[in-house]
Design a protein around this ligand. Structure first.
Ligand SMILES: C[S@@+](CC[C@H](N)C(=O)[O-])C[C@H]1O[C@@H](n2cnc3c(N)ncnc32)[C@H](O)[C@@H]1O
Length: 350
């Protein structure tokens, strides 16, 4: 039945002018298309020329220096403890053929299959390239379970990859809004939000000091411990508020340090590194070479102490005299390389 007095048709909704989207994609998923080097070679070249890392990729750091330290040769057994985007692995793989095998470990179940596919596409089949989702603390079990008595080459490039950092859904970024997670393996352990909600101020202060040398550890711990922060930006804002009267640039450094400290705690990074360093001599064949790339003092202190102790004990025949740093050109072209420090060791014969 028709209505006697049909209502007036609703007024046309007010439409906001469509905002100019800008020439650069905002969403990570859109940026991710830069990872297809053939289709988007031009975009990738432009991003690289601007000193940035194309989204969804990772630029391997100090490749020449690492290859010089590891001296890969045909037939070598190599283990890349931190496969990431596979940038270092690709170079090592090319040099250990014919006959060599690279076992690539990574804790990250999201990025690992993508890297495996990428390297398979480059022609590295299962006879030369094996991947394993594993924490590198399990390096000895990983080698044994694939039937290797030891490795000629061990590489560890510590920390997180650009793919992890740039993906807001992983919660590592201080700039992008996302869930406050920070787990390299999101199926294991607790996210950073849960850690902060449960931790007591004194324990948080110790963690900020130990993991990131944070100068405002006590006041930040008082403001943040036991609080619920679901999002990365909520935590970043709370840090700013907790540091009144501090210059914007200094507050930004504190935000970075708090994120770093939480990431290290969430992923138990120091204990994994300590276990790797303890197991390293037994995993290297006599004459085998190891290279470790670190990104902050807490990591480098551990590596230096362990390698120096191994040299004095005669376990290593040689270790790097000091740290090797990226060249000024690399630091300029890839700002993420700036804090990198490389150390190497050679397992003594016999
Ligand atoms: C800096 S990236 C490595 C980049 C790689 N060298 C490349 O060229 O693409 C570090 C990688 O190590 C992984 N990782 C960090 N700590 C780990 C651990 N304890 N065990 C296994 N993988 C780890 C991260 O998930 C990340 O993918």
């Amino acid at each position: 039945m028709p209505e006697e007095n049909p209502p007036e048709p609703p007024a046309a909704p007010h439409r906001r002018r469509k905002r100019y989207a800008g020439k650069n994609p905002r969403r990570f998923e859109e940026k991710y298309k830069e990872r297809d080097p053939e289709k988007f070679a031009e975009t990738v070249a432009k991003v690289l020329a601007s000193g940035k890392t194309p989204a969804g990729t990772h630029r391997p750091i100090m490749v020449a220096e690492i290859l010089a330290a590891l001296a890969p040769k045909p037939g070598d057994i190599a283990i890349d403890c931190t496969l990431g985007h596979g940038g270092h692995a690709k170079e090592i793989l090319a040099r250990i053929q014919p006959g060599g095998v690279l076992l690539g470990l990574d804790a990250d179940p999201i990025e690992l299959p993508k890297t495996e596919t990428r390297l398979r596409t480059l022609g590295f089949g299962p006879e030369s390239f094996i991947t394993r989702r594993s924490n590198f603390a399990g390096i000895a079990q990983a080698l044994a379970s694939h039937g290797f008595a030891g490795a000629d080459i061990v590489l560890a490039d510590l920390g997180v990859s650009s793919m992890q950092l740039d993906d807001p859904s992983r919660g590592f970024s201080v700039k992008l809004d996302g869930p406050l997670d920070m787990r390299m393996n999101p199926h294991r352990g607790q996210p950073a939000s849960a850690l902060l909600e449960k931790i007591r101020p004194d324990a948080l202060a110790a963690l900020l000091d130990e993991n990131a040398d944070e100068p405002h550890a006590a006041s930040l711990a008082a403001a943040l411990a036991g609080k619920k922060f679901a999002r990365t930006t909520e935590l970043a804002n709370a840090i700013r508020i907790a540091l009144p009267g501090i210059k914007t640039d200094d507050a930004a450094l504190s935000i970075r340090r708090v994120f770093q400290a939480l990431r290290i705690a969430v992923n138990d990074e120091f204990s994994a590194l300590d276990t790797l360093l303890r197991n390293l001599p037994a995993c290297l064949k006599p004459g085998g070479r190891a290279a470790i790339l670190t990104f902050h003092s807490g990591e480098d202190r551990r590596v230096k102490k362990s390698l120096d102790a191994g040299l004095h004990a005669g376990i290593y025949s040689a270790v790097s005299a000091g740290v090797i740093r990226p060249t000024p050109a690399e630091q300029h072209s890839n700002p993420r390389s700036v804090p990198a420090k490389l150390r190497w060791a050679i397992r003594a014969e016999g």
